[in-house]
Design a protein around this ligand. Sequence first.
Ligand code: PAF
Length: 282
Amino acid sequence: MSLTVFDRLEPYRKALETERAAGRTVGLVPTMGALHAGHVSLIHRAALDCDVVAVTIFVNPLQFAPGEDLTTYPRDPEGDRAQISEAGATYLLAPPMREMFAEPPLTSVTVGRIGESLEGASRPGHFTGVATIVAKLFAVSGACRAYFGEKDYQQLAVIRRMVADLGLPVDVVGCPTVRDADGLALSSRNAYLSPDERAAAPTLYQALLAGGDAIGAGQRDPGSIRAAMAEVVAREPKFTLDYAEVTAADLTPIDTVAGEVRLLIAARIGTARLIDNLGAHA
Ligand code: PAF
């Protein structure tokens, strides 16, 4: 099926309404473009589960703080379109800023506690920007299943909670992180890495593995697990650690490691700030 591209919200909304009226299910893959194999895996999964797949591309200024990489964020509209079409999507919504917001929005969606720690603490306002734009994308897309990568684990938790709290007609599906062969999680921001930085970047995944190994070896003290992860990052001078954390699977803080937990890490390397996470079981 060929790809129909919209830059206006209303024809896109109507196209998806027509699909649902004909009894077809809609899979939605929201993105900020600069697609990689992680995004493509979301489109493939949506195409397996749903009758039609809609992808959105919008580099959302609301989720970038002043001084962050909004202006330099990688953009590749031609390449994106080719990958989206090849992956089997039916619709692409790629609205310009003036179509998404004729004027700066006065409304925002804030998902409290879950969005305040970790990325929320390092990037104040980030998750309000994410939740606000995702709520708008859900509003114009209508009832659907929406696919997000576990690479942005906290984002996934924020979006799930927003959908539950607001009763939105969206089934949120989390999909596994896609990694390069050396363990580096795929991210559009990997494009910022120089060859030397790229060679050092899997350190982040190795730190998560070290945290997982510590749990596997019987360590139950979150402080010791944090230290095990931080030690791996400290061995690579190109990295500056932002945080290395272990939480419950639902991101609540823990005093002792028990059951399903999540290891989460964020660090700077060159001009890039990378994040990653891994599940572990005690
Ligand atoms: O994960 C992303 O690419 C973005 O945060 C999202 C969900 C498309 C919202 O802008």
